[in-house]
Structure formats: structure tokens, C-alpha cells
Ligand binder design. Structure first.
Ligand code: GLA
Length: 391
């Protein structure tokens, strides 16, 4: 990335990646294990620490600057008393959550730019949160690891922004490992990297359909899971989340659930199982089998969890018929956004051309493809002001 020259005025550079989820969708708030990767699309945050209580941030991509006082973060207002614009709620929320954890916050001035397409299910907002959190950890010597850092960002999202998300996105942006998927158990919070074979490539395709009503629909899905759990606990007391119920246990009593709750819970129980199977397939290089799980996951998200769109379904069906594609599915929350495919590296160019041209021919609409590498998580660099970040 050629950073804008303005970054040279800043001593610190915090870089946080977006993420793609390969398998395990909508189960990070149901106690399941997920398989995301950090991707080589990033938020770049340049900053200098100040001695006052003011945080001033310029969002280069939006051409907007905002200043707010640390002691007014709770009120969500800037130094003039106006409501904070939406994009600035992410950093403000991180500092709010950190302060609630008794972590110190310092004033600073910074600029931010991003190569993660916004609002497409690639966690551009989690990357913003993680970039600011890692910067403040550096400024104020917080003694916390990347997992704790991710939790602060999730708390910001849940309690300050109002999206009841799980921990997957912030976790992946903070803990990414090069060339690896991250097997992350959202109950125990244990995780390990699983290296991707080098003959396969992650390819993401953006439907360019923005995710309408995604916050309310997302929160509503989560509530349905909570209700289904309460019903299932009547038979299986002591289970604290849906992923603790096996497929056979679920099948024994599934007919007792109300129709919508039944569909949501069925997705969750089976998706948990798919991730546990996938990990073995991946270790044994059984990519065809892994791809089949991705396809099954998409069908379940479409029919049971009902978070797909006709555009995503159509992209997935084209993708799955192209030579060299092991499997495709929608990635992230859904309701628009992107699909992810696992593609033979030697077929990537042909795959991208065929997917884009078939979609254009059949719909008259353009889609956008990102060939990605699994990447490392957040980093913070420091340099003398006389040096340059810019190539
Ligand atoms: C969003 C949320 C995540 C996760 C996914 C769906 O990306 O932020 O926590 O729930 O949706 O898997």
C-alpha cells in the first residue's frame, strides 16, 4: 500500500486487517467454533500522542475531521457539543469500553484510511476498532493481550454502538496469522492457527449490494437463538448455548420448536458440526470435502437462517460451477455483502474472469473480486518523524 504522504507527520502507525470467515457463520454468539482469517486489506491509522484530553481524528476517505473530549465520550458529542458522526463512534466506543475497564486513555491526533471495502461483511468496522485499541494500548502501556483487546472492541460494538455481535471479527483482526485460518472456540476462547495449503487461494467477491437493515435483522437473529435455547433447555437443562446440543439431541425434539426458532437453531447446531468436521478435512488436505461443507453452509444460511440475498445465491451458484472452485458461501452476517470461495491457486485468474463475466452477462451488473492472502493481525510501528512510511 502506498500510504498518503500525510502519514509522515505521525510517529505511530497502527495497521489492522479486515477478516473473512471461511466457515461457522452466526455461531460465534452461540458458543460455536469459527474459522476466520485476517485478510490483506487494512485500516491504517497514523497518530501522535498529545498532552491534553482531546482526541482529534481525520478520516481521509471521508474527508472529515472530528475532535472530542475524553470526558465527553459517554455523551457521544464532539467539542462543539454536536452529535458524533457515525464513523467516529467506533474509536469513541473503544475508548469508552476501555475506560469502563479502568484503562487509561490519552489525547492524540491522528489520521485514518482504509483498503477494506466498507459495509460488505469484511469487518471494516472491527478493523477500525482494533487499530484504535492497539494504538491506545501502545500510548498508555495497557498490559493486555490481543484477545483482551478484541473483547474491549466487542464491548464497544455491543454497548456503545448497539450491534450485538460476537467476538469473531475483532478476534481475527487482532490475532490473524499469515497463510492461516484461525480455529477459534468462542466458548473457551482457545484458538490455534491452521495453515492453508499453498495450492489454494481465498477469493472474495463483492455483490455491491449494501446490507440494508442489517443491524436490526442481526440482533433479531440473535434473539431467536436465545429463545430457541430457552425452549431446548426444558429437555436439556444445563446447556448454556445452542452449540452444546448435538445434532441427534436436536433431532429428537426439534418438532417441539416454533417454526422460525426451529430453522434458526437447526442452522446453528449443524453449522457447529460443520466447523468441527472442516478442521480435520483441512489438516488432511481434503479440500473437496472442505468445499462441500462451505456449500452446505451457504444453503443453510439461505434456507434456515435466511440471511442471504438473491444476488449472493446467484454468485455462489455460478462460482460453484467454475472449474477449480472447491466451494463458495456468503461470508459475514449476510443481508448483502460478499461471498468467499476456496479456489485452486492455478485456476484463480480464470475463475475470477468467468465469475465476473457470467454475472455481468446474466444480470447486467458488475461485481468486484478481491484475491486475498491470510495475513497477520494488528501491528503498531513507531518511526522518527524524519523517516517516511511512504515508499
Ligand atoms: C458479523 C458479526 C460476527 C458474526 C458474523 C456472523 O460479522 O460481527 O460477530 O456473528 O456477523 O457469523
Amino acid at each position: 500500500m502506498n500510504l498518503p504522504v500525510a502519514f509522515d507527520q505521525f510517529e505511530y502507525l497502527s495497521i489492522a486487517p479486515g477478516r473473512v470467515n471461511m466457515l461457522g457463520e452466526h455461531i460465534d454468539y452461540n458458543g460455536g467454533s469459527v474459522l476466520p482469517a485476517a485478510i490483506d486489506r487494512y485500516v491504517y491509522l497514523g497518530a501522535n500522542k498529545s498532552n491534553d484530553q482531546i482526541i482529534k481524528i481525520t478520516a481521509l476517505d471521508l474527508d472529515q475531521t472530528i475532535s472530542f473530549r475524553i470526558d465527553q465520550i459517554e455523551k457521544k458529542i464532539d467539542i462543539q457539543g454536536n452529535p458524533l458522526p457515525e464513523w467516529s463512534l467506533y474509536p469513541a466506543g473503544v475508548f469508552w469500553a476501555a475506560a469502563k475497564q479502568n484503562l487509561r486513555i490519552s489525547g492524540f491526533e491522528g489520521i485514518i484510511t482504509s483498503t477494506i471495502p466498507m459495509g460488505t461483511g469484511l469487518s471494516s468496522s472491527a478493523a477500525v476498532e482494533v487499530a484504535f485499541a492497539a494504538l491506545m494500548r501502545e500510548f498508555c502501556s495497557w498490559d493486555i493481550d490481543n484477545l483482551e483487546l478484541a473483547k474491549i472492541c466487542q464491548m464497544a460494538e455491543n454497548q456503545y454502538i448497539g450491534v450485538n455481535c460476537g467476538l469473531m471479527d475483532q478476534f481475527a483482526s487482532a490475532n490473524g496469522v499469515q497463510n492461516s485460518l484461525l480455529f477459534f472456540n468462542t466458548t473457551t476462547l482457545d484458538w490455534f492457527p491452521v495453515e492453508l495449503p499453498d495450492n489454494v487461494t481465498i477469493v472474495i467477491t463483492n455483490s455491491k449490494i449494501s446490507r440494508a437493515l442489517s443491524t436490526s435483522a442481526y440482533n433479531e437473529r440473535r434473539r431467536s437463538c436465545e429463545k430457541a435455547l430457552i425452549d431446548l433447555q426444558k429437555t436439556y437443562p444445563g446447556r448454556s448455548n445452542l452449540c452444546q446440543i448435538s445434532i441427534s439431541e436436536f433431532e429428537e425434539i426439534e418438532n417441539e420448536l416454533e417454526e422460525t426458532l426451529h430453522k434458526r437453531a437447526k442452522h446453528v447446531v449443524n453449522e457447529c458440526n460443520r466447523v468441527n468436521q472442516a478442521i480435520n478435512f483441512l489438516k488432511d488436505n481434503m479440500l473437496v470435502e472442505f468445499g462441500e461443507l462451505m456449500k452446505a453452509s451457504h444453503n443453510s444460511l439461505r434456507d434456515l437462517y435466511e440471511v442471504s440475498t438473491p444476488e449472493l445465491d446467484f454468485m455462489v451458484s455460478i462460482a460453484n460451477n467454475i472449474d477449480g472452485c472447491y466451494g463458495s458461501r456468503l461470508t459475514g452476517a449476510g443481508f448483502g455483502g460478499c461471498i468467499v470461495s476456496l479456489v485452486k491457486t492455478e485456476s484463480v485468474n480464470k475463475y475470477v474472469k468467468e465469475l465476473e463475466s457470467t454475472y455481468l452477462k446474466k444480470t447486467g451488473k458488475e461485481i468486484e473480486t478481491y484475491v486475498c492472502k491470510a495475513s497477520e493481525g494488528v501491528t503498531v510501528q513507531w518511526h522518527e518523524l524524519t523517516a517516511s512510511y511512504v515508499d
